[in-house]
Design a binder for this molecule. Sequence first.
Ligand code: BG6
Length: 513
Amino acid sequence: MSATTAGQWVNPLLDPSDRRLPRIAGPSGLVIFGVTGDLSRKKLMPAVYDLANRGLLPPGFSLVGFARRDWEHQDFAQVVHDAVREHARTPFREEVWRQLAEGMRFVPGEFDDDKAFKQLRETVDELDAARGTSGNFAFYLSVPPKFFPTVVRQLKRHGLSDASEGSWRRAVIEKPFGHDLASAEELNQVVHEVFAPDQVFRIDHYLGKETVQNILALRFANQMFEPIWNRSYVDHVQITMAEDIGIGGRAGYYDGIGAARDVIQNHLLQLLALTAMEEPAGFDAESLVAEKLKVLKAVKLPADLGAHSVRGQYAAGWQGGELVRGYLEEEGISSDSGTDTYAALKLEVDNRRWAGVPFYLRTGKRLGRRVTEIAVVFQRAPHSPFDTTDTQELGQNALVIRVQPDEGITVRFGSKVPGTSMEIRDVTMDFAYGESFTEESPEAYERLILDVLLGDANLFPRTEEVEESWKILDPVENYWDTHGRPEQYTAGTWGPKAADDMLARDGRNWRRP
Ligand code: BG6
């Protein structure tokens, strides 16, 4: 095993220029703060196991949990075991588990507890000696943002943020990164007091999804889409992230945050940036960030936010044959909460490619079904030689990137209905991952954790992107704060009526995916 000076590990048995070879992490360990949280149990621990199971972690890989619990190492290992059994994507294999479990350690303590951080430092040193982690550690902050400053300063204070010669230290930061521009800037300042920009990996797990990475492949590895990917041919773009779930047990996190801050500020604006950006000079972090940033900076909000933004809150209703309660009846939510569980927004990307093309973004909990998609809807043909009665059922052409759950791409176009007349109707042409590939899609967190360990920053938003995204959302949130309450919508429907009205005013409709 050998490491390059840049901190990127290279397996000497593999030819690094062959991109088809599996990317395998070098000697390293991961420390998770907030190890008792939902994210850790449902996503991070299973992702670590799945990576190990796929042979993508080094033999001495070590996992350290840090939390305010009176646990021994084996209690922590048991928690990881249960999480893996319940949520891992790949089959459970005793030998993989045993090897992984040998590298598990637990450090009990509060975030401001010096004794605990001293113990963490000793644990890291012990793992270096016993398991060959070579001083390479990533610190995953899966904790509410109010704890970021304390944790990063403690890492600094106890010498954990500085790598020794030839090794690396990285910080992984979960969203939400602040709740507005000012708080995000403050957090950024604290994080950068301790970590250099290339040590910080901000998670937006949507970027770890195969279908999201495929947006760039679709656009820039092909010739047929890009010529029409602009204002001359595109009528509008709809980006939808609909969920059927409610807030579950996350009242403490969600209330006061709401749908727009929870997912528009990050996931949906990243999808917008990837859909609208120019071709990057290369597929490296610098080039990608540069192009995404240009889009975010070109985003223009409509002058009349009252007419072009909507927020809603779910009320009790029937979903999947079950009567579900409304947001205000959820445990931990006060009965007068004004938090949005639905948000829709019209934006423009004010540049030469997109001027005048509306981008409609919407998201919501307890909607009709779980679906995330980007629909690029094209203008109607400028002229039709057919009788209008022949084409009355014809919609606009559309290219729909189906992000989840039915991953793939659909193209909608008109086709002659078999028969003696020239009737034309919409049909679709579908690409489905499951049918075209035998390879399985890894979970987003598998990809992102592996990238952190490899030091590959392509799929992580930079500070500037986070701040630009808040600049877009802040005026909307401020407008909402001073203009009444969210409109109620019945659980299991497609959101508030105002959202339909918003598109109807523009002579358009939301898709019903
Ligand atoms: C998270 C949000 O970022 O994304 C959650 O905080 C949301 O509220 C989740 O449920 C959705 O992720 P996915 O991958 O299931 O679409």
